[in-house]
Design a protein around this ligand. Structure first.
Ligand SMILES: [Zn+2]
Length: 250
């Protein structure tokens, strides 16, 4: 295992713990990263609550969502979400699937979409798409993404965007790197909370196309994402962990 590979695995453990600590992930949901040395594969932890994962829990999966290493550890059922998105989106190097409470109403509503209403939601533009598993697979599924056909269908609904909601279930957040995905998850949560709160305040307004334009011109948000990452590491108590290697031996 190369030094770069180990560093990516450590960052993946940190992303799990941060998203668990912030309440985006609870006992369920997961976050993955494209394999740094083999872009057809990805890294995802064994089926364990994200806030509890350790370096030894990180597993490698192939492009079809199957375990690339030795059989034994139990993988997440919905790993095909990640496989489907990585297959469809070469630009994406990290993915989070979550059931964040704040976005669930927007996954159920027939008329209101999660959209750009504050700076944090500028990435949503006219609205976040909602994937309905029943549209392609009928109403006899258990709503879980259990195979590559489900994963590919979901990835089609994501399209070229950063987020897709899943009806009555949760969301998928995609990005270039774990830090961007973590930032986007928190931006999504904040945006949904604000948009839902304002629903009680009468007429509302979204960003205009002109107001969105400067956001589209911004370079990739490395500086912003790094700043958020440092803050979130501290909140999760992980900045003290740096020299101990993010959970090795814990
Ligand atoms: Zn799920």
């Amino acid at each position: 295992m190369s030094a770069g590979d180990t560093e990516v695995r450590r960052e993946l453990v940190a992303a799990n713990r941060i998203l668990g600590h912030e309440g985006i992930l609870d006992a369920f949901g997961h976050v993955s990263v494209r394999h740094p040395g083999n872009p057809g594969h990805f890294l995802l932890c064994r089926a364990r609550s994200p806030e509890n994962v350790e370096l030894a829990d990180v597993l490698e999966f192939d492009g079809d969502g199957e375990l690339a290493g030795e059989a034994g550890p139990i993988p997440y059922v919905e790993r095909f979400i990640h496989a489907g998105v990585y297959e469809a989106r070469p630009d994406v190097t990290a993915v989070c699937h979550n059931h964040a409470i704040s976005i669930l109403p927007f996954s159920i509503s027939r008329s209101v979409r999660l959209r750009a209403t504050i700076n944090a939601s500028a990435m949503f533009g006219d609205g976040v798409p909602v994937w309905d598993i029943a549209a392609e697979f009928g109403d006899s599924t258990d709503m879980l993404v259990r195979n590559m056909a489900h994963g590919r269908s979901l990835a089609r609904a994501l399209g070229a965007g950063p987020v897709v909601l899943m009806r009555g279930h949760g969301s998928v957040v995609a990005g270039n790197g774990l830090r961007q995905v973590v930032s986007r998850c928190l931006d999504m949560d904040r945006s949904a909370t604000a948009q839902l709160a304002v629903a009680t305040l009468g007429a509302t307004r979204s960003f205009t196309a002109a107001e969105l334009a400067p956001h589209a011109d911004l370079p990739p948000g490395a500086t912003r994402d790094d700043r958020a990452w440092e803050y979130l590491l501290h909140r999760a108590g992980l900045d003290q962990d740096e020299e101990r290697g993010h959970g090795e031996g814990r």
